[in-house]
Design a protein around this ligand. Structure first.
Ligand code: SF4
Length: 402
C-alpha cells in the first residue's frame, strides 16, 4: 500500500493532535522507512523486469554476430532493391553498413534472387537474412547460397513436408530461422476466436509457428510479431515475452513515412524495449532505409541501450532568437554523424539564456545578433562572428579530448 503526499500530511496532522510530536516522529520513522523500502524494492524489481527478458533469451548466432542472452541489441534493415540486381543491392547494403546497420534482410521471391545471395554475400560485411514467402524452395536455395538466417512463416510455405525440408537444410548448416507473424495475415480462426486482430491472437499464432519448427526438432529460432497498431504490437510483445525464451526481433510494421513512422516506432519500440524486450530491432519507414538506421540508433541511445555517437540538443527558439537556429541545428546534426564521441552538443538560440540552458552539454554554441558563443559545460570560452560558429564547433570536435 502506498500513501500520496497530501494523505501523508493529513495523517501526520491527525496523529499530532491525538498523540503529540514524539508519536508523530516515531510513526513517521516507520512510514518513511516503509516508503524508502518500498521505493528501493520497486526500483529493484523494475530494474529486474527491465533486465530480465533480454538477459534470458536463447543465444543465437547469425553469421558472425550473436544475439540473445543479454548481448547488444542489433539494428536491422531491409533492402528495397530487387535482390536479383546484385549491384544495386550491394551498393545499398554498403550504404546501410556505413550508417550502422548490423543485419540486412533481402527478399527472395525468385530463384534468381535466391542465387544472387551468394554474390551479394561476397561483397558485404554483415549477416544477410533471406526473406521467404510461400515457396519453400527459395528458402533452401537461399541457405545453399550462404544466407545467414531465413525469415519464413511456416504457415504459408505449403505443409509439413515442406517445413521439414527447410528445417533439415537449416539444421545441416546451423542457420537460424526467424518465424514471423504479421497482423495483416493473422489466421481467420484466431481472428474469430479473439473477436478481431488482437495481441492474444498474434501471440497464439506465433507460438503455433514456433511449435511447427520445434516438432521438426529444431530450436535455433528468432520470433517476430508485427502489427501497425502500436498498442497491439506492444501488448503482444509483453505477452510473448512471458511465454517464450526465443530472442525477439521487434518493430512496428508499416509505420509510415519519416514523420509518422518515426513517431510510431519511437513510441512502440520505446514501450517494448524499456520493458527489457527485444534482441534485434527494425524501424520500418517508407523512404531511404538509411533513415531507418539513424532512427534505430537514436531510439536505442535515448533509452540508454547503446553508447557512442554525439547527442545534439537544441533549444526550441523563441522571441529572443536572432539567428537561423533551425538551419544551424540541422547543419550540426549532419556534421556530428561522422564522430565516434560519446558527448552532448548544444545548439542554443541566444547569448542570454543559451549558456545556462546548455549547462548539461559537454560543448555548445549559442547565437546572438550577428555573433555567437562557444560554450563548454555552461561556460563561455570564445566569442566570434556568427558565420564562424559551425567551423569553431568542428575544430573542437576534431580535437576533442574529453
Ligand atoms: S536558449 Fe534563448 S533563444 Fe533558445 S529558447 Fe532559450 S531563451 Fe529562447
Amino acid at each position: 500500500m502506498t500513501m500520496r503526499n497530501n494523505e501523508a500530511c493529513d495523517y501526520k496532522a491527525s496523529l499530532k493532535n491525538a498523540f503529540g510530536d514524539a508519536c508523530v516522529a516515531h510513526c513517521f520513522f516507520h512510514i518513511d522507512f516503509f516508503h524508502i523500502n518500498f521505493f528501493l524494492l520497486s526500483t529493484f524489481f523494475r530494474k529486474k523486469v527491465i533486465m530480465s527478458y533480454r538477459e534470458h533469451t536463447k543465444v543465437i548466432q547469425i553469421g558472425d554476430r550473436v544475439i540473445g542472452g543479454g548481448n547488444p541489441i542489433l539494428i536491422q534493415s531491409m533492402t528495397n532493391t530487387p535482390t536479383e540486381d546484385v549491384e544495386a543491392t550491394v551498393e545499398q547494403t554498403l550504404r546501410l553498413e556505413q550508417a550502422g546497420c548490423e543485419i540486412i534482410r533481402c527478399t527472395c521471391p525468385t530463384e534468381e534472387a535466391a542465387r544472387a545471395i551468394g554474390e551479394i554475400k561476397k561483397r558485404i560485411h554483415i549477416p544477410l537474412v533471406a526473406d521467404i514467402h510461400f515457396d519453400y524452395r527459395m528458402a533452401i536455395m537461399a541457405m545453399e547460397n550462404g544466407a545467414d538466417k531465413i525469415r519464413i512463416n511456416p504457415g504459408n510455405i505449403g505443409g509439413r513436408d515442406k517445413i521439414e525440408a527447410v528445417v533439415k537444410c537449416a539444421k545441416e548448416r546451423n542457420i537460424p530461422i526467424r518465424v514471423g507473424v504479421n497482423s495483416g495475415s493473422l489466421e481467420k480462426n484466431l481472428v474469430e476466436k479473439y473477436g478481431g486482430v488482437t495481441a492474444e491472437g498474434l501471440v497464439e499464432s506465433a507460438l503455433d509457428k514456433v511449435r511447427m519448427i520445434e516438432e521438426c526438432d529444431y530450436d535455433r529460432m528468432v520470433i517476430s510479431i508485427k502489427s501497425s497498431n502500436v498498442l497491439i504490437c506492444a501488448r503482444a510483445h509483453e505477452l510473448l515475452a512471458q511465454k517464450s525464451d526465443y530472442p525477439l526481433h521487434v518493430g512496428i510494421t508499416e509505420a509510415g513515412t519519416l514523420y509518422s513512422g518515426n513517431i510510431k516506432s519511437a513510441v512502440g519500440l520505446g514501450i517494448i524495449l524499456y520493458q527489457g524486450i527485444g534482441d534485434t530491432i527494425r524501424v520500418s519507414l517508407t523512404g531511404d532505409p538509411v533513415e531507418e538506421i539513424k532512427s534505430a540508433k537514436k531510439i536505442l541511445s535515448t533509452l540508454g541501450l547503446r553508447k557512442g555517437g554525439i547527442d545534439v540538443v537544441s533549444c526550441p527558439t523563441c522571441g529572443r532568437t536572432k539567428i537561423d537556429l533551425v538551419g544551424l541545428a540541422n547543419q550540426v546534426e549532419t556534421m556530428v554523424q561522422g564522430y565516434d564521441l560519446n558527448i552532448k552538443v548544444a545548439v542554443m538560440g541566444c547569448a542570454v539564456n543559451g549558456p545556462g540552458e546548455a549547462r548539461e552539454a559537454d560543448i555548445g554554441i549559442a547565437g546572438g545578433q550577428g555573433e555567437g558563443l562557444l560554450i563548454k559545460r555552461g561556460k563561455i570560452v570564445r566569442k566570434m562572428k556568427e558565420e564562424y560558429l559551425l567551423a569553431a564547433l568542428k575544430e573542437e570536435l576534431d580535437n576533442w579530448k574529453g
